[in-house]
Design a protein around this ligand. Structure first.
Ligand SMILES: Nc1ncnc2c1ncn2[C@@H]1O[C@H](COP(=O)(O)OP(=O)(O)OP(=O)(O)O)[C@@H](O)[C@H]1O
Length: 341
């Protein structure tokens, strides 16, 4: 297997300069994407087919992109997230080009914060992170204070981890990962222990960093966090089974299915909804039994949030046509139209 060992291509150094737009940092967008090419990650025993954690995964992430990774438990999301962050396992094959992300490990927030905390307290954790990123000593105190403040941890800054809750530790890990600017931030179910307010705050901050030019890999189980235009990658049994936009991920698209050869092109051209929608959910996964565009989300073994399920039902009944609503605003329009109809 040694000939299949990863070839580590020299990464392009990060160019971190202010560009002309206020608040935006140019991390070298448009230079080189981060690419993984047919990467397989093996378990302890490389000959054990069952132990394979990621199978021939290929993915290109552009600088400044937002990528949401979804999948059921054990599907390989964390394995993929760690790989994108630059945490390389011992047993793997394939090619990785770090591109805009640069060499070294990108900031990553893990589902279990305990696994990543080096310091004894939130303040120490943040200071370590700043030192690691070579933030000048004279900026350190203010940067640490600011990170603590924005995570709502000022009062707990010097408490030991034993005295903090799981959610507070997760906030500290997030504060440390975002205390400095970086071309890539990886969030591996990093809000799983947070209450709604903190989850919203973390999502807002991540979106803010993204709007300033940081590429974000956001691993989640919460499909209600998806936006229609988000790029979604779904992982199933170690394979990337979907890579496309959020709306198509939830609802499917007859056109896309036609392109993949799942439905006749003529049917797709006749409209997104297929007549006589008699296929049941148990038919999912049998492409030739598809009478309307199937949901890649259901194919990947995930359940749709209630409203999305309702939208699919309404499409099946012929009461809604594509594009199906996803956002609050789109649903308001649907209810508004229903009221007038
Ligand atoms: N340290 C490890 N050693 C061996 N196998 C592992 C290890 N960590 C994960 N695995 C296996 O690799 C596969 C993918 O795990 P991974 O953690 O990437 O899944 P996941 O989609 O992130 O799951 P979850 O949603 O439960 O966090 C699983 O089958 C898991 O059992």
């Amino acid at each position: 297997m040694s000939e299949n060992r990863p070839v580590w291509n020299a990464a392009i150094g990060n160019t971190v300069e202010k560009d002309s737009r206020p608040g935006r940092i140019d991390y070298g967008q448009g230079i080189e994407p981060l690419e993984i090419d047919r990467v397989t990650i093996y378990g302890e025993d490389e000959t054990d087919e069952q132990g394979v954690r990621l199978r021939a995964a290929s993915l290109t992430l552009k600088a400044g992109e937002w990528l949401t990774v979804v999948g059921v438990n054990g599907s390989g999301k964390s394995t993929l997230a760690r790989l994108l962050a630059g945490l390389l396992p011992e047993r793997m094959s394939g090619v990785i080009r770090r591109g805009f992300a640069g060499e070294g490990v990108s900031p990553i927030v893990l589902q279990q914060p305990k696994a990543q905390l080096f310091g004894e307290t939130p303040r120490e954790e943040i200071v370590f992170a700043l030192e690691w990123r070579n933030v000048p000593a004279e900026r350190m105190v203010e940067a640490a204070e600011q990170a603590l403040r924005s995570a709502g941890l000022t009062a707990l800054a010097d408490e030991s981890w034993e005295r903090l809750s799981g959610g507070q530790r997760q906030m500290a890990a997030f504060a440390a990962a975002t205390a400095f600017s970086s071309p890539l931030l990886v969030m591996d179910e990093a809000t799983s222990m947070l209450d709604e307010d903190n989850r919203d705050a973390v999502m807002r901050r991540a979106r803010e960093l993204h709007s300033c030019g940081t590429a974000v890999v956001w691993v989640t189980q919460r499909l209600d966090e998806l936006s229609p235009d988000d790029r979604v990658v779904a992982v199933q049994e170690g394979r990337i089974v979907y890579d496309g936009d959020g709306r198509e991920f939830l609802y499917g698209s007859a056109r896309a299915e036609a392109e993949r050869g799942w439905l006749g092109t003529e049917e797709a051209e006749n409209g997104e909804r297929m007549e006589g929608g008699g296929a049941s959910e148990s038919d999912m996964g049998h492409a030739d039994s598809a009478l309307w565009p199937l949901s890649p989300c259901l194919r990947a073994g995930l359940r749709l949030p209630y409203l999305m399920e309702l939208a699919l039902e309404l499409r099946k009944l012929g009461k809604l046509r594509d594009p199906l609503p996803m956002t609050e605003r789109e649903w308001e329009q649907v209810w508004g139209n229903a009221g007038h109809g």
